[in-house]
Design a protein around this ligand. Structure first.
Ligand code: F6R
Length: 606
């Protein structure tokens, strides 16, 4: 959500800002803009909608200047119009902002009382005026920012340029990420390393409440008005790594990367020779952990839901999984010695972060499973396990989900071993099943005709039901989530056994019912639910293995046979056709697959 880029350069900066903004598109946005310092003044170009609109605008009205800031905005306060697009400016400053200034009403009232006129509906404009008032009162830019940090409440990252001072830029962060990049006689600031990937690999990640003064010569970083040192890191990201390659969409590229990234993730957590899990040292012992609490949002929450089935059945360890935005406010009592696992691709999701902070305040040991190692959720946790998915650009999560499942699967095996619930033989079997997963995922991805048939059975529907039992229930939820977010078809996931308690009323010949039915211990129960669907003329779409399809697929309008698997790894495999189905349907419908409407990749506001 919202992306920031800033450059103090040696070159014309507007094209570089635009390119940086393109790298931030994946976060989700609905307007964009840039501002540069020109002579003693500030010039801006802003546009509603896609970056192409801003690019056209810049072509018609080019912007000169070697110092500037850019922004992709996901509207929170005020509609996504050009007027509300960032940068916001006064005669003294231009500012871009990610996050929410929670006390902006109070600041606005105070500033209006001083005779200041607001031009936008945004919270950000209050910060531009706050800084301007300080500057007009004689403060230096540094003093103005230090004072503003004391006044602002909420979660934000900011970049500010000052009229007539091309060698100066100030950035600040609280609860929202911001990175500084080092160039050759140039300095950069950006929401994340991805935004800066084509400019530099030398990055400093700012800490909570840091603010930074950039000049072409380098940076000075402050926290609570005191100078602080932060390390410079070499990032592995390069511009090439985050391209689409020959794929039409990032989502398809990321689906197809799953065999490799699941393999990479497995390799860092288990020994293929001994077939044993090998985790880094964790700050707790599973043998004595009374309970695990998992907090996450969206698809990451569904990975947590699968993990509940694994931890409880294999390790006999009680697990509570909660949606982070609910958990954070419900004052849940938490047991002594309990472990909280926060799952997040971005490591930025504000609700997951807040849930984690609550757990910490309750004395829980916190473990993060994140894709972005430098993220705030990783840094706030006592221990981190990284999913080695690589950058995920498509808004709909795919490879992050299956690598989260991979990490959670090895963690459940480790817990089971520590608690004496797993023989060496069964551990070797489970590890072998995991090791076989990448090849099976490849096999599924190659079944393009089957996916096409299944997509044809769904594409014209207005509503779709997804059913699953046991660890396939979260996969049914994930299938429905994927379909609705990128194809805009209304879809719901249900526990198969729950269907007759309500949703069965929806079934008729127009509603496809997609059933996830691996051959596991609850297959026969799922089979009964399939019969109930068919008895009511439902349009069955079946995912199972060959024998499951032989048994249940006779009347299915479409089905797809998945490879045989140990039921333990079925959720990872069955996630793949759910992703492919959503992807194909979205392509058939011509939606914007990688940037579905209204959605943002990193949800940094409540
Ligand atoms: C759905 C999707 C979202 C995210 C959710 C959490 O495809 O991508 O539901 O899973 O916003 O994001 P992270 O994992 O970054 O915390």
């Amino acid at each position: 959500m919202c992306g920031i880029i800033g450059i103090i350069g040696k070159r014309e900066v507007a094209p570089l800002l635009l390119e940086g903004l393109r790298r931030l598109e994946y976060r989700g946005y609905d307007s964009a803009g840039v501002a540069t310092l020109v002579g003693k003044g500030i010039e801006r170009r802003r546009a509603e909608g896609r970056l192409d609109n801003l690019a056209e605008r810049l072509e018609r009205e080019p912007l000169s200047g070697k110092t500037g800031i850019g922004h992709t905005r996901w509207a929170t306060h005020g509609r996504p119009t050009e007027r509300n697009a960032h940068p916001h400016a006064t005669d003294k400053v231009a500012i871009v902002h990610n996050g929410i200034i929670e006390n902006f009403h109070e600041l606005r009232d105070e500033l209006v009382a001083k005779g200041i006129r607001f031009e936008t509906d945004t919270d950000t404009e209050a910060v531009a005026h706050l800084l301007t008032v300080s500057l007009n009162d004689g403060a230096t830019p540094e003093q103005a920012m230090a004072d503003a940090m004391d006044r602002l409440r909420g979660a934000f990252s900011l970049a500010v340029v000052f009229a007539g001072q091309p060698d100066l830029m100030i950035g600040a962060r609280r609860g929202s990420p911001l990175a500084v990049g080092y160039g050759d006689g140039e300095m950069y600031i950006g929401t994340d390393a991805l935004a800066l990937a084509s400019l530099t690999r030398r990055i400093t990640y700012l800490e909570e409440d840091d603010w930074v003064v950039l000049s072409p010569q380098g940076v000075r970083i402050f926290n609570q008005r005191q100078p602080v040192e932060r390390p410079v890191k070499e990032t592995a990201l390069s511009g090439a790594l985050i391209g689409k390659g020959n794929y039409p969409h990032f989502m398809l590229k990321e689906i197809c990367e799953q065999p490799a990234v699941i393999g990479d993730t497995l390799q860092s957590f288990l020994n293929p020779l001994t077939r044993q899990v090998q985790l880094p040292k964790l700050p707790f012992d599973f043998a004595t952990v009374p309970k695990i609490t998992i907090v996450a949002c969206g698809t990451a929450y569904l990975a947590g839901l699968v993990a509940k089935y694994w931890f409880e059945s294999v390790a006999r360890l009680p697990v509570e999984v909660d949606i982070a935005s609910e958990f954070r406010y419900r004052a849940a009592p938490m047991p002594d010695g309990g472990v909280t696992i926060a799952i997040s691709q971005s490591g930025e999701t504000i609700d997951t972060l807040a849930a984690l902070q609550y757990a910490k305040s309750q004395g829980q040991i916190c473990l993060a499973i994140v894709n972005v190692l430098e993220s705030v959720i990783a840094r706030e946790s006592h221990a981190v396990l990284q999913t080695l998915a690589g950058p995920e650009i498509g808004v709909a999560s795919t490879k992050a989900f299956t690598t989260q499942l991979t990490v959670l699967a090895v963690l459940a095996i480790a817990a089971a071993r520590a608690r004496g619930k797993l023989t060496a033989e069964r551990e070797a079997q489970l590890c072998a099943a995991l090791i076989a997963t990448p090849a099976k995922v490849t096999e599924i991805i190659s079944q393009e005709d089957a996916i096409e048939r299944v997509a044809n059975a769904v594409v014209k529907a207005r509503d779709v039901l997804f059913l699953g039992r046991g660890s396939s229930y979260p996969i049914a939820l994930e299938g429905a989530l994927k379909l609705k977010e990128i194809s805009y078809i209304h879809a719901e996931g249900y526990a198969a056994g729950e269907m007759k308690h309500g949703p069965i009323a929806l079934i008729d010949e127009n509603v496809p019912v997609v059933v996830m039915a691996p051959l596991d211990e609850v297959f026969d129960k799922t089979a009964s639910n399939v019969e109930q669907v068919e008895a009511r003329g439902g349009k069955l779409v079946l995912f199972s293995n060959a024998s499951g399809i032989k048994r249940l697929g006779g009347r299915a309008v479409a089905s797809m046979a998945l490879p045989e698997t140990d039921p333990f790894t079925a959720p990872i495999l069955y996630a793949i056709p759910a992703q492919l189905l959503a992807y194909r349907v979205a392509v058939m419908k011509g939606t914007d697959v990688d940037k579905p409407r209204n959605l943002a990749k990193a949800v940094t506001v409540e």
